[in-house]
Design a protein around this ligand. Sequence first.
Ligand code: ADP
Ligand code: MG
Length: 298
Amino acid sequence: MTVNLEVTNLVKKFGKFEALKGINLELNAGEVLGYIGPNGAGKSTTIRSILGILKPTSGSIKVFGKDAFDNAAEIHKRISYIPGTVYLWPNLTGGETIDMLLALSNQKHTAKTDQLIQDFHLDITKKNRDYSKGNLQKVALVATFSTDADLYIFDEPTSGLDPLNEDIFQQKLLDLKHENKSILLSSHILSEVERAADRIAVINDGQIIQSGTLEELQNVASSEVEVSTKVVADKLATFAGVTNLAEIKANSYSFKIKIAALEPVMTYLTGLGIINLSIQRPSLDELFLKYYNVKEVK
Ligand code: ADP
Ligand code: MG
C-alpha cells in the first residue's frame, strides 16, 4: 500500500488563534478521503498546509513521503488542486482558461480534456466573466480532472454545481480512484462525499472528532427497524441494543438498533417468521448533526 499523504499532529496557529489543534490524516493510493466539517472548522487551512502554502506551527505533513513545506515545488508536480472559490481571468474563454491552467502545471490538452468538456456539457467558447458560478466551477474542474497527478485535492468543489453535474463529478472521482489515484475531498455536506469516500474524517473546531469508514460512522447512530412477525415477538425488549421499541399493531414492531447489534435480533425474528421488514440506516446528515452536537453535549 502506497501512503501518499500522512498528516501527523498538525497544529496551525494564526497569531494566538489555534486553527488546527493536532490533525491526523492518512491517504493511500486508490483511496478517497472525505474531509467533512462546518464552515470555519479548518478544512482549507489543512489543505493549504498540505499544499505547502502555510507552514505548520508544529507536527508534520508528508506528501509522497516528503515534507510538504520543504519540498512544495517538487510535490506540486504530482498534485492537482482546485480551491473552493474559483477566480479565473475574466477575458479568457473557458477553453483558453482550461489550456492555460493545464500549461501552468506543465500539462497538455489531451483527448481526456475533450471528453471532460463533453461530459460536463461545458460551452468553452464563452468568456469567464459571462459564466455562471456553476459553469466557472466546471471550467476549473475540467482542468483539475484533466491534469495527470497522483494526489487530487478538491476543496468544496461542488458548491455551485447542479445535481446533474454533481453526478458527473462523482463519476469522475470514481474513475480517478480506479486509476489508483489518491483523492482528498473536502465538503461541509456529508452527502457530497458519501458516494466516493472510502473513509471519512470529521473535523470540527480544528479537531478530528470522528474518522472511519462510512459503515463505522453509521454505527455511531442507530438504524430504524420495522418488522411484522407471524407470532408475537415478546422477547424483543430483552435484546441488547434495542431502543425505542413500540408495538405498531398486533405482531408489528418498530425499534432502533445499531447495525453491529442487529444479528442476534434478526436470528430471533427469523425464528418467529418474518412477514415484513424494513431497515432504515441513519442518514449521514443525521450523523453530521450528531457530531456537531458533541461540543454542546460536553
Ligand atoms: P473551513 O475551510 O473548514 O471553512 P478554514 O480552514 O478556512 O475553515 O478556517 C479555519 C479557521 O481559521 C477559521 O476560524 C478562520 O477564520 C481561521 N483562519 C483561516 N485562515 C486564516 C488566516 N490566514 N488568518 C487568520 N485566521 C485564519
Ligand atoms: Mg474552506
